[in-house]
Design a protein. Structure first.
Length: 418
């Protein structure tokens, strides 16, 4: 069956979300009907006439999960802005085909719809907004994903926020034997032990994406280790920090590190693959021109500003910047630099800040030879933060307290609460 024969019902009471989802799916040749509640859907349509129902979880009157039984053999995908492992597990146990968190990501939504409808192999995949490009770094990632996806080997994905770690994980899932099963994200910084146990003990299988695994509390790390050994799930983890350094300081279990570090993928920053920026800009311009039904063009100054900017927030920041400009644009008006909200471009990656220069020249913190600045910073802070105040740490590193705080956030190094 071709895509343009698929009929999808959207059940959502928020006009903006319902309209946005309808436009997204219609642009990809799906036939769409709408309803604002379970009652309205049942009164207006025969649910068996649809190939898929996409419903919000919380609706006026009845919950969206009530449609699972009412729809019979028609698969139901649940959207929820109250995304948590508990709601995800509950909806899957009630028979939902999949769940998506709001605000939903366009590519994630399309991949989920195609997976449910069995079109993931027949349909031409969407251009991947975070992995687009022909840089050697991206081509290496794609080759590794192609090799690793069909296996059941755990994958450890390194990279800064906004580089596309989740996208790599989703691409692995889509190419694996678990592609027809749920892709479940665990936010390791906030998950509770009870929530983690609930999802690990469920009968089904799928891919578990352990986002920021370095933030998983020590007492909960054995739960993941046991689950990997039982092999009920495909495990893919992401991390900003060097887990090997954390094992040396006792913050992360060595046996869990070795269990996860089977296939290692390093996702480069956008600064490190700057040659891909023009293609990404073009992709986002085309995407938002279509979404907003508006012809969007950049002035030569705006293009240069985008190329000169160092993108500390990586591809995600580039996407959001162009989206902002597209929203502010008027028909026929060129996007100018001030509409992009970049302000003064920050220093490039090749030009260290004053604080970084201070760190590299401060004899008091002369690190081991061959250890990168970020690795040394991580190691130094983790080893000394229990016995030193933030002011003392900053003074020892030769930087300001603000810079210490900013670097903690960038590297994902939280200070333990007393």
């Amino acid at each position: 069956m071709s895509m343009n024969n698929h009929h999808i019902l959207i059940v959502e009471d928020e006009d903006i979300i319902r309209t946005s989802l309808r436009k997204l799916l219609e642009r990809h040749d799906f036939n769409i009907s709408e309803a604002i509640s379970v009652k309205a859907a049942q009164q207006s349509y025969n649910l068996n006439d649809f190939d898929l129902v996409i419903s919000d979880l919380r609706l006026p009157g009845s919950a969206g999960t009530d449609l699972i039984k009412a729809a019979g053999n028609v698969p139901v995908m649940i959207m929820t802005s109250y995304a948590s492992l508990r709601s995800a597990v509950d909806t899957m146990r009630q028979g939902a085909a999949d769940y998506v968190s709001k605000p939903f990501d366009h590519d994630e939504m399309l991949n989920a719809v195609r997976r449910i409808l069995g079109e993931s192999k027949q349909a031409r995949p969407e251009p991947n907004r975070l992995l687009m490009g022909n840089s050697p770094e991206i081509l290496k990632i794609l080759r590794t994903v192609h090799k690793a996806a069909p296996t059941s080997a755990p994958v450890l994905i390194h990279g800064e926020n906004g580089t596309g770690r989740r996208t790599v994980a989703e691409t692995i899932h889509a190419g694996s034997s678990f592609a027809g099963q749920p892709f479940i994200t665990i936010n390791c910084a906030s998950v509770s032990s009870a929530e983690l146990s609930q999802i690990l003990e469920q009968d089904g299988s799928g891919t578990l994406f352990l986002n920021n695994i370095c933030e998983l509390p020590g007492p909960m790390q054995p739960q993941i280790l046991r689950a990997i050994q039982q092999a009920n799930f495909r495990f893919v983890a992401s991390v900003e920090q060097d887990l090997r350094v954390l094992t040396q300081t006792g913050r992360f279990r060595k046996d869990l590190f070795y269990s996860l570090n089977v296939v290692k993928i390093l996702v480069p920053t956008l600064r490190e693959r700057a040659g891909d920026i023009p293609a990404l800009i073009e992709h986002f311009i085309d995407r938002y021109s279509s979404e907003l039904n508006l012809e969007i063009n950049l002035s030569s100054e705006a293009k240069q500003a985008l190329l000169d900017y160092s993108w500390p927030g990586n591809v995600q920041e580039l996407q959001n910047t162009i989206y902002q400009g597209a929203i502010l644009a008027e028909t026929g008006e060129l996007l100018e630099p001030d509409m992009l909200g970049l302000g003064d471009a920050p220093q490039t990656h090749d030009e260290p800040s004053a604080d970084e220069k201070s760190m590299t020249t401060n004899p008091a913190i002369d690190g081991p030879a061959g250890l990168s600045l970020e690795d040394y910073f991580t190691s130094f802070v983790l080893e000394n933060q229990e016995n030193m105040s933030e002011t003392a740490l900053a003074q020892k590193l030769g930087i300001s307290r603000k810079s210490l705080w900013e670097r903690r956030n960038k590297l994902g190094i939280s200070r333990k609460k007393a």
